[in-house]
Ligand binder design. Sequence first.
Ligand code: TRP
Length: 450
Amino acid sequence: MAGAKQHAHWSSRWAFIMAAVGSAVGLGNIWKFPYEANAGGGGAFVLVYLAFVFLIGTPLLVAELSLGRRGQLSPIRSMEKIAKEEGRTNWWSLVGWSGVIGSFIVISFYSVVGGWTLSYVVEAFSGGMTGITKEGAEAHFNSLVTNPVTPLVWHAAFMAITVGIVLRGVEGGLEKAVTILMPALFVLLVGLVIYSGVTGEFTAAVNFLFAPDWSKMNADVALNALGQSFFSLSLALGSIMVYGSYLTKDVNIGKAAITIAGADSAVAILAGLAIFPIVFAFDLSVGKEEGLVFMTLPIAFGQMTGGAVIGTFFFGLLTVAAITSSISLLEPSVSYLEETDKLSRKKAAFIIGIAAFLLGSLSSLGFGVLSDVTIFGKSIIGFKSYITNNLMMPLAGMFMALFIGWFISRKSIMDELAMNESWFRIWYFMIKYICPFAILVVFYNIVFGF
Ligand code: TRP
């Protein structure tokens, strides 16, 4: 690494793309997307979601990456620095603060679910899924998450792995791991879709996912779809900005953003196509929320030949996908502590990891001993997910777009992006007018409900 305050850089364009895809593809695609789609009534949710990914999310990805690359510092300091250079108020650093705090909240519950995933690797490997029935799968999941101790142990293990990688710096093992494991996850998912398609109710699943029933669409569902599109793309909480700060000038940010969004959406759709044929074939009661993936896929693994091996691989790769996302969730706060308090990377990673574990334990216990605790009518995990997904991300995203569109000079952003002129025009128009306006409309609907 160069000077004391200089960040590391990705070793190649490909390494960056894989790390960014690794951040985007995670539990959000395979665990959260199916249950959000389910709760949102299927096709209408999916279409609105995809529209948000490509019309709002992708332009914002470009925006966030370019802010990071220009700042070359942690999200808070990058925003501060750019605002200063452009002669704007220091208040813009709040966008960075919201990112650092928001990503910390997300990692605190994300790692709980990461822990469940890890425990399912062992469960599949030990043959625990063989011949499992619908009732058995439900009972297993419920007994895991309501237990006061077991999920905390898995949660700690998951967090320890994440911290272990983060404290070594991003370039070491991570770059190598993602370039092999991400493609492997993709291949396995395609295989699962084929299996589900042959053995399950494929047509019903396709209809459910793609035939929109607009009567199910309302302001809340639209906001969930917006939040989910941001969550899945890792947007607006600083992860993408930090990754942008490790970027060198020769990378084409526009192309990178399209690749990331395309890969991320493909994985979410494949996950839906792998899961819903089984949901319909086994008549798994809908609305199972957080348990959906954990109660459906074991049934499929339990019935197929070689299911123990395939199941182990699947949950193993899902864990890896979750880890590559968690790394990007720890990175904003770790980079901030490292830079500001002059802590070593190791110390910073430890402190953040332990703090996030403690905060996350509350979410974990929220499924069992603390299940009576509700905040504004939501479970602990539901509340954390709501404020980050549905409030912090859209707001930070909107302010990021406003900042670039209205408060920094067109020329400086054009120089930063070095895009082809007509693409730049389209992108700039989206960022200046469409993104902030669209987010505002979704919000207005929620607050004033017209
Ligand atoms: N996108 C990841 C997923 O789908 C989760 C994630 C990583 C994230 N970094 C983020 C979500 C930053 C929001 C913000 O699993």
